[in-house]
Design a protein around this ligand. Structure first.
Ligand SMILES: O=CC(=O)O
Length: 332
């Protein structure tokens, strides 16, 4: 419907989209080609300055970086900017109010990554409870001296109580997977009881109850002012000494020094983390020295199919937003 814009040279000029990095799955970019001029940053991990250098005059942003998208970035882009899409479920790096003030629609990519991320939550829960890291260290260091009835025993997920902090799309998908492990109870905490929780047979409880009663505590909540440092010395102290803590959400939800103390002192049994502070984690960080801590470098959604689906969804939202149509997955 929109008449092509004839540029100065009389050539048809396409609207421009800035793609913040150079390693976006082709299938996503293919959807934009022909409709947009693609301005692709030549880094996979751009600095703010590299983004700002290329952003002036673009009509859309394909945002795939943890760099903060704020007033400074929006000013650098200019008032013609019409739509922003972040290739992430999380929105903590985006100043949503700044976009609202400018009436710029914002898309993100929930749902398509639920299964991949939920799988990592289960992977980390099992790996931490069955002492995967410590086990490997034993083999590597020649500490494996043969069968031992009491050797490297772990905890069971069967008949356990699992507490899910934040029962959104990812949390619900985790709960579905846990049923196959025959858990006894699923508790969840969050803003409010939700109908999906009821369908899953999960019990809505205050955070304190969840901490006291859970054998596994899994964090799948967004990072907000409310969840920042939600896990600290006080909250870890309320958990069982046999508890396994899993975070697949955002590092700053946890006071990491408090977690390190809890893991060292036996306040809790083990942890499995896909997210931490900072990312990337320095190689001399204390977390890496703990045998009861399993770590992954923020790979929750990192499967071939999921990243492709995220790129395609981001591109589709950009096209819709540019055409003033409702987004498939609006962030607000
Ligand atoms: O952390 C990953 C995401 O928010 O998609």
């Amino acid at each position: 419907g929109v008449a092509p814009d004839l540029g100065k040279a009389g050539k048809m000029s396409l609207p421009k989209v800035l793609v913040t990095n150079n390693d976006i799955p082709e299938a996503g970019l293919d959807l934009l080609k022909g409709k947009f001029e693609l301005i692709i940053n030549n880094q996979s991990n751009p600095t703010r300055q590299e983004i700002i250098d290329k952003i002036a005059g673009v009509d859309a942003l394909f945002w795939c970086t943890h760099q903060r998208l704020d007033e400074e970035i929006l000013d650098a882009a200019g008032s013609q900017l019409k739509v922003v899409a972040t290739m992430s479920a999380g929105l903590n790096h985006i100043d949503i109010d700044a976009l609202k003030r400018r009436n710029i629609p914002l898309a993100h990519t929930p749902t398509v990554l639920n299964k991949a991320v939920a799988n990592v939550a289960v992977l980390l829960a099992l790996a931490a409870s069955r002492r995967l890291r410590e086990s490997r260290i034993h083999i590597e260091e020649g500490l494996w001296s043969g069968f031992g009835v009491q050797y490297l025993l772990g905890t069971d997920i069967e008949n356990s109580t699992v507490g899910i902090v934040g029962l959104g799309g990812i949390g619900q998908t985790i709960a579905k997977r846990l049923k196959a492990f025959e858990v006894a109870r699923i508790l969840y905490s969050g803003h409010r009881e939700n109908p999906e929780g009821k369908q899953l047979g999960a019990e809505f409880v205050p955070l304190d109850t969840l901490l006291r009663e859970s054998d596994f505590v899994i964090v799948s909540a967004p990072l907000t002012d409310e969840t920042k440092n939600m896990f600290n010395d006080t909250t870890f102290a309320k958990m069982k000494p046999t508890a396994v803590f899993v975070n697949i959400a955002r590092g700053p939800i946890v006071d990491q020094d408090a977690l390190i103390r809890a893991l060292k002192n036996g306040t809790i049994f083990a942890a499995g983390l896909d997210v931490m502070v900072p990312e990337p984690l320095p190689t001399n960080n204390e977390l890496l020295k703990l045998p009861n801590c399993v770590l992954m470098p923020h790979l929750g959604s990192a499967t071939y199919k999921t990243r492709t689906a995220m790129a395609e969804l981001t591109a589709k939202n950009i096209i819709l937003g540019y055409e003033n149509k409702p987004l498939l997955t609006p962030a607000y």
